[in-house]
Design a protein around this ligand. Structure first.
Ligand SMILES: CC(C)(COP(=O)(O)OP(=O)(O)OC[C@H]1O[C@@H](n2cnc3c(N)ncnc32)[C@H](O)[C@@H]1OP(=O)(O)O)[C@@H](O)C(=O)NCCC(=O)NCCS
Length: 180
């Protein structure tokens, strides 16, 4: 794969029809809502465009992010997040993440997740962002996010399941690297 991460825009419209994912809702979101939500300042979507030599470009995956907050009470049992002030804790929500059916299992999900995490860390330079938050769509997604260190915070059993990652350890490391 020869991947470029690009902010989703009108120029990607002609590539949308080929995007496939086993979750219809994730296909539909990209095709019908991502652009509207961007225009209404509700979220931003980033697409991974794959353009192998000699073949037309395609959207191999995408993620959508937005600002969010989580009640500190719901974080009480999560390691490192149990003693926060009793106001909503700010975060960046990874609202959607999907890799095209034909591009899965090749590291693109990791690439997109790390891209979204990079955006969250970038935002923290200007506003408070303590959490990286996601809504896992099913059991496999919960397992995927756990693999990257997310913790479940909503009652187990129903989906989507809200999950969080504490950004503070990463931020502390980043601050040390920047200051040295
Ligand atoms: C989940 C999804 C984004 C993963 O994309 P992918 O490109 O197949 O994932 P990658 O190949 O980048 O895998 C990255 C890592 O996650 C691991 N992984 C992948 N699926 C996993 C799962 N279900 N459980 C645990 N680990 C998983 C891989 O082993 C790999 O580990 P490594 O990098 O440490 O070796 C993709 O399968 C998808 O679009 N699924 C349907 C939609 C979805 O569930 N979206 C996320 C929740 S909304």
């Amino acid at each position: 794969m020869s991947i470029r991460l690009e902010p989703f825009s009108r120029k990607h419209r002609e590539l949308l029809s080929r995007f496939e994912n086993r979750h219809r809702s994730l296909e539909e979101y990209l095709k019908h809502y991502a652009s509207q939500h961007k225009d209404k300042a509700l979220s931003k979507t980033w697409v991974a465009v794959d353009e192998p030599a000699g073949t037309p470009p395609r959207i191999a995956g995408y993620f959508t992010i937005a600002a969010t907050s989580v009640s500190s009470e719901s974080l009480a049992t999560i390691p490192g997040l149990g003693r926060l002030p009793s106001f909503p804790i700010p975060g960046i929500l990874l609202a959607r993440l999907a890799v095209d059916t034909n591009a899965q299992g090749q590291g693109l999900g990791r690439y997109l997740l790390e891209g979204a995490l990079g955006q969250a860390l970038q935002a923290e330079e200007d506003v408070g962002v303590r959490l990286f938050v996601t809504d896992a769509i099913d059991k496999e997604a919960v397992s995927f996010y756990k693999h990257f260190g997310f913790h479940v915070i909503s009652d187990p059993g129903g989906y989507p399941q809200k999950m969080v990652m504490d950004l503070l350890p990463i931020l502390k490391k980043k601050r040390v690297e920047t200051s040295s």
